[in-house]
Ligand binder design. Structure first.
Ligand code: CTP
Ligand code: MG
Length: 230
């Protein structure tokens, strides 16, 4: 089966405030996007990667990521869109049009640069086992409150039933296509698919798949990962 990973990487990284698009920010000298793509290929389950890059950086991104592709695959780089969902839609359209036999599609944020390859493999395995939509998740450590517009607590969901969601999220290709053609909106791809009424299953995520959003996260990544093999 053909597994294609879409990597939305076109964001500006405003919360990180590093002065360049987040995907290009180095940790231990290696850009986050390069680390993310490397992890996808190291899973041994991904043949093609389609990157939605910052429009001004398409060539630079191609130069640093193309050599990472295995012999049976390739990296393609496109200009991303205004919102993350636009970037995913652009990359998905390219994959479905240009890459023959695309049966499984992963969507993986460049910002989750340290996702262990075994998490990628677990997501692909679950889709190939017949699940239309698969997300890696972690239990929630904090108690979570729902509040109203005034900040007054309205409820306390049962923490045992809550999960935080990571990437890569994995889908049967036709399911993700339907979700993006539906005109619905959600904050992640699994959310779109849920709205179609598709069953979304979970596999264990990993703390290393943390999303690098703020300077604090970048400092944590530097402290944890620099000097390690990855
Ligand atoms: N992304 C994208 N296209 C956009 C916006 C975001 O491809 N128009 C990507 C980012 O590059 C990132 C992922 O979606 O890999 C998750 O987005 P986020 O963590 O919010 O990154 P940024 O949008 O870059 O950060 P910020 O919101 O702080 O500007
Ligand atoms: Mg953003």
């Amino acid at each position: 089966m053909g597994v294609v990973a879409l990597v939305p990487a076109a964001g500006r990284g405003e919360r990180l405030g590093y002065g360049m698009p987040k995907a290009l920010v180095p940790v231990g000298g290696v850009p986050l996007l390069v680390r993310a793509v490397r992890g996808l290929f190291e899973s041994g389950r991904v043949g093609h990667v389609v990157i939605a890059a910052p429009p001004a950086d398409v060539d630079a991104v191609h130069t640093v990521t193309a050599p990472l592709a295995p012999a049976f695959g390739a990296v393609r780089v496109l200009a991303g869109g205004a919102e993350r969902s636009d970037s995913v839609r652009i990359a998905l359209a390219h994959a479905l049009r240009e890459i023959p036999d695309t049966t499984v599609v992963l969507v993986h944020d460049a910002a989750r640069a340290f996702t262990p390859p075994h998490v990628v493999k677990a997501v692909v395995d679950a889709v190939e086992a017949g699940h239309e939509a698969v997300v890696p998740v972690l239990p929630v450590a904090d108690t979570v409150k729902e509040v109203d517009d005034a900040g007054v607590v309205t409820s306390t969901p049962d923490r045992a039933r809550l999960r935080v969601v990571q990437t890569p999220q994995g889908f049967a290709a036709g399911t993700l296509r339907r979700a993006h053609e539906s005109g619905l909106h959600a904050t992640d791809d699994a959310g779109l698919v849920e709205r179609l009424g598709v069953r979304v299953v979970t596999v264990p995520g990993h703390q290393d798949a943390m999303k690098i959003t703020t300077p604090f996260d970048l400092a944590v990544a530097e402290a944890l990962f620099v000097g390690e093999a990855r």
